[in-house]
Design a protein around this ligand. Structure first.
Ligand code: BGC
Length: 254
């Protein structure tokens, strides 16, 4: 087990990619803090799977789009797990709208959760590591759209483009503290964020033709890489984004 004795916080881990990462890190030996907007529903299933893996799981409710709640989330996870070594910034939302129709409320929602939330959760995590003079791992769940245009999703692209440069910037600033910062860029993964797509069979068929490996990804496809980046094997890796997209990025046409 590669993560024996480690403690990890995974934002937005009630379902989807976040859940798969929480469960995978637990199977690798980590105790995990599971966060969601509401921890009464799906998050309980994540908790049950973590416990089945034989690890400790705690549920912490917070809307990370609000800086105060982002800080409280990290403090609560630290209090319940006795500290944190690994942070996975997974929580994310997307809203589809033509650029000319984007509403301020949707702009704020996407930027607040995807970028501001990542920023302030990470800040609280890094303050904790610095206070304890310990190294740590930050893994940002970005998207192939940190690099590639996604027409109809300008707010999402803006947030993931920001995440890309935040990853690089913090890798440089925090490297001297022994804190690595990397990103994972999933392509089309079959989760709730893609509900509208999954319910539109012709759109799915068009998308599958663009994925060289011929299928949409599973949350578990992303979780394996997260476990690797959290492990000692990734000691010398920082400031990079790793794609998990079945080859989509090199063959993408909207
Ligand atoms: C988005 C999905 C999209 C995929 C590939 C992801 O980041 O969340 O909606 O299907 O990228 O374009």
């Amino acid at each position: 087990m590669r993560l024996e004795g480690k403690r990890a916080l995974i934002t937005g881990s009630g379902r989807g990619i976040g859940r798969a990462i929480a469960v995978r890190l637990a199977r690798e030996g980590a105790d995990v803090a599971i966060n969601d907007l509401n921890v009464q529903g799906d998050a309980r299933e994540t908790l049950a799977e973590v416990q089945t893996a034989g690890r400790r799981g705690v549920l912490v409710q917070a809307d990370i789009g609000k800086a105060e709640q982002a800080r409280q989330l990290v403090e609560e996870a630290i209090r319940q797990l006795g500290g944190l070594d690994i942070l996975v910034n997974n929580a994310g939302v997307e809203r589809r709208a033509a650029f000319v129709d984007v509403k301020e409320a949707d702009y704020d929602l996407v930027l607040d959760v995807n970028l501001k939330g990542t920023f302030f959760v990470t800040q609280a995590f890094v303050r904790h590591l610095r206070a304890e003079k310990r190294p740590g791992r930050v893994i940002n769940i970005s998207s192939v759209h940190e690099e590639m245009p996604f027409p109809g999703f300008s707010t999402y692209c803006l947030s993931k483009g920001g995440m890309q440069l935040l990853t690089r910037d913090l890798a440089v600033e925090l490297g001297p503290n022994g804190i690595t910062v990397n990103a994972i860029a999933p392509g089309a993964i079959a989760t709730e964020i893609n509900r509208a797509l999954l319910d539109d069979r012709p759109r799915v068929e068009r998308l599958l033709k663009q994925i060289p490996l011929g299928r949409m990804g599973k949350p578990e496809d992303v979780a394996g890489l997260a476990a690797f980046l959290a492990s000692d094997d990734a000691d010398y890796i920082t400031g990079s984004t790793y794609y998990v997209d079945g080859g989509l990025a090199w063959n993408y046409r909207e």
